[in-house]
Design a protein. Structure first.
Ligand code: DC
Length: 239
């Protein structure tokens, strides 16, 4: 596959990948784990959301792989750490775009551009650049399969579509956005299907991933389980 041919650099820096469908809790769990370890964090979904937004702002048709890929390659993205308890600020070409990314429309655009092989290729190096000492926790769909195939630990986090829709509903309400539960459930199912059926990096566990169902667990229980798995892996490895 084209993406796999890109050389992997900085391979001495350990990576934990957390892949899975939207709403499985990957983002929250990945950030908590990164904080606990003192490692960097990559929200790769944000990269696709930003690419979708950047292309839209430039009036590019989101079905045109080469044009969206060109925008994705050229865009300048910064994740600026904010104060304690505040979300990281996302800056695209000098403008704060955080609010526009997390809307349902932002998710829809991301899912469209994520199906384009040229866009995935364009974002590959940008994602690998996050691999910095002392380590990286990378959250997404293909972190363990394509972007960091040599990760020290690969987690595939799942949860039922109903539970994920409920979580998303609560999140949106808390942020003061309008939300409709049945519609969110439909959108989640649609997006899962599109992410799983696309030919470029479909959503599926890496063969060597540990599969974790977060449905019966609290966030801190999931973080603890991953931290315990990492301890075991570290004991097995030379670092
Ligand atoms: O995790 P998220 O909801 O922010 O992701 C937005 C979209 O981007 C979603 O449709 C899946 C896609 N995506 C992807 O294809 N590969 C990734 N590594 C991360 C996200």
């Amino acid at each position: 596959m084209k993406q796999r041919s890109t050389p992997i650099t900085h391979h001495t820096v350990p990576v934990v990948t957390i892949d899975g469908p939207s709403g499985s809790g990957k983002g929250t769990i990945g950030q908590l784990l990164a904080k606990q370890l003192g490692w960097h964090f990559l929200d790769s979904g944000a990269m696709y959301r930003i690419a979708g937004l950047a292309a839209t702002l430039k009036g590019v048709d989101l079905s045109q792989d080469a044009s969206v890929a060109e925008v994705a390659r050229a865009m300048r993205v910064q994740f600026v750490p904010a104060g304690p308890g505040e979300p990281v600020r996302v800056v695209l070409d000098g403008h704060d775009v955080g609010d526009e990314l997390r809307t349902e429309e932002g998710g829809r655009r991301a899912s469209l551009v994520a199906a384009l092989p040229g866009v995935r290729e364009a974002l590959l190096e940008k994602q690998r650049a996050f691999r910095q000492a002392p380590g990286l926790v990378a959250d997404g769909r293909d972190m363990g399969t394509t972007v960091f195939p040599d990760a020290i630990l690969k987690i595939y986090l799942t949860a039922s579509a109903e539970l994920r829709a409920e979580r998303r509903y609560k999140q949106l309400k808390e942020k003061g956005f309008d939300a409709n539960l049945p519609r969110l459930l439909d959108e989640i199912r649609e997006r899962d299907q599109r992410d799983a059926e696309r030919t470029a990096s479909p959503l599926k566990p890496a063969p060597d991933a540990s599969i974790l169902d977060s449905s019966p667990l609290s966030i801190s229980e999931v973080v603890d389980r991953i931290a315990a798995l990492l301890q075991t892996r570290r004991a097995d490895c030379s670092w």
